[in-house]
Write a new protein. Structure first.
Ligand code: FAD
Ligand code: UDP
Length: 380
């Protein structure tokens, strides 16, 4: 008899398995339909011996000391600050838009105060910021919006930014200084030996059994367990009873090249050309020394593995209906990006799982809402 069947061996499932097994002596069965642990963070050495991320580039960053320290129990870190260039007007310029971006693009030599005034003169001030278009046009105006955001967003989501919640493009700040890092979080690092190795350490415990290549629906009736933690898509859990929740997918095209370096920085974004959104070169992320190099192209698509919840009002409403079902469950908990339909980064998923663990083991301190839906989440 297992205390918990945990569905999904991604970050949400692995953190909960690790905590429940090692801190609360619970017996866990961790089930994943894929043939590996790690969920979307899974990395492996390809046939040329280069460490690559199977489901696209994963760069860890957080402001949460608790999350960083917790994961640090299972890995050493390699400090890494990600930098991204965007291909715009035949140039490669820094994104997020910063002082250098504006100066390069317009052949200017502005300082911080001047760039503020420049952007102010371009901005179309909105009374209410509702959509992803509003966010950008309100800050930098329509011209820069069209150069950097409109095409990229349409490719990535197959929606115009005006059809997406403000939260999507709000992920990308605008800066009046020369800081060209993609993230400014306090902690920015990649597991020194990769994500999969970190997961192996997390899950190496006599109380944790792992069942791969298995959809939980194939085994849930034949296995004895007292509680369930579910981290897959919530609409699938309820057999799509209210219809399908949209999740955006990607196709990854990997290429290994007989050269040491392919591009100038970790990622280059292509807002206005090509069917792909960006190219990432893994050696920047992993720090690996190798005579060859592997890059990945991301082609957004509708069908395929569910990677991104799509943040817009109508989807939030549909999710809410599923959430209401989830809230009525007894001994079934929902966590992670797919089950709580939230566009979370890795650190937010870890924080959500750690909070859910505390709630599960000390329920008297948390009278209501024992699943991940209402948990307070750190902001990245
Ligand atoms: P997942 O990792 O998706 O794990 C869910 C698991 O459940 C999967 O392994 C799946 O196979 C399994 N599962 C689903 N249904 C079933 C079923 N019926 N039966 C059995 N198993 C099932 N975050 C960052 O912080 N930094 C980044 O740079 C970053 N880059 C990203 C790039 C891409 C292309 C994508 C898609 C995401 C990126 N993320 C990034 C987000 C990050 O991947 C997620 O926050 C995190 O991995 C989510 O963990 P999870 O456990 O919720 O979900
Ligand atoms: N975005 C954009 N142009 C860019 C980078 C980002 O329009 O050069 C928008 C786009 O809608 C994207 C969102 O901002 O989906 C969030 O970008 P992020 O890099 O955080 O996406 P992720 O890494 O999660 O795919």
């Amino acid at each position: 008899m297992f205390d918990y069947m945990i569905v999904g061996a991604g970050l949400a499932g692995a953190v909960l398995a690790e905590r429940l097994a090692s801190q609360s002596n619970k017996k866990i069965l961790l089930v994943d339909k894929r043939n590996h642990i790690g969920g979307n963070t899974f990395d492996y050495y390809n046939k040329d011996g280069l460490l690559v991320h199977k489901y696209g580039p994963h760069i860890f960053h957080t402001n949460s000391k608790e999350v960083f320290t917790y994961l640090g129990n299972f890995t050493q870190w390699r400090p890494y600050e990600h930098r991204v260039l965007a291909s715009v007007d035949g140039m490669l310029v820094p994104i997020p838009i910063n002082l250098n971006t504006i100066n390069q693009l317009y052949g200017l030599n502005l300082n911080s105060a001047e760039v503020d005034a420049f952007l102010e003169s371009k901005a179309e001030k909105k009374i209410k910021i509702v959509t992803s278009e509003d966010v950008v046009v309100n800050k930098v105006g329509r011209e820069l919006y069209e150069k950097f955001f409109k095409g990229y967003t349409r490719k990535q989501w197959d929606l115009d930014p005006s059809e997406l919640d403000a939260s999507v493009t709000s992920r990308i700040p605008t800066r009046n200084n020369r800081d060209d890092r993609y993230f400014t979080d306090t902690y920015q690092a990649i597991p020194l030996y990769g994500y999969t190795r970190m997961f192996q350490k997390m899950l190496h415990h006599p109380n944790i059994k792992i069942l791969l290549n298995t959809d939980y629906k194939e085994v849930q009736d034949s296995i004895c367990y007292k509680n369930m933690i579910y981290t897959g898509p919530i609409d699938y859990f309820y057999d799509y009873c209210y219809g399908k929740l949209p999740y955006r997918s990607l196709e990854f095209k990997f290429e290994t090249l007989e050269e040491n370096v392919f591009q100038k920085t970790g990622t280059i974004n292509y807002p206005n050309e090509h069917a792909y959104t960006r190219i990432t070169e893994f050696k920047y992320l992993t720090g690996q020394k190798h005579p060859k190099t592997t890059v990945v192209y991301e082609f957004p698509k509708d069908e395929g593995d569910p990677y991104y919840p799509v943040p817009r009002a109508e989807n939030a409403l549909l999710y809410k209906r599923y959430r209401q079902l989830a809230e009525q469950e007894n001994k079934i908990y929902f966590a992670g990006r797919l089950a709580t339909y939230k566009y979370y980064n890795m650190d937010q998923v870890v924080a959500q799982a750690l909070t859910l663990y505390k709630k599960i083991i000390t329920p008297h301190e948390f009278a209501h809402h024992l699943n991940g839906h209402q948990l307070p989440i750190i902001q990245s």
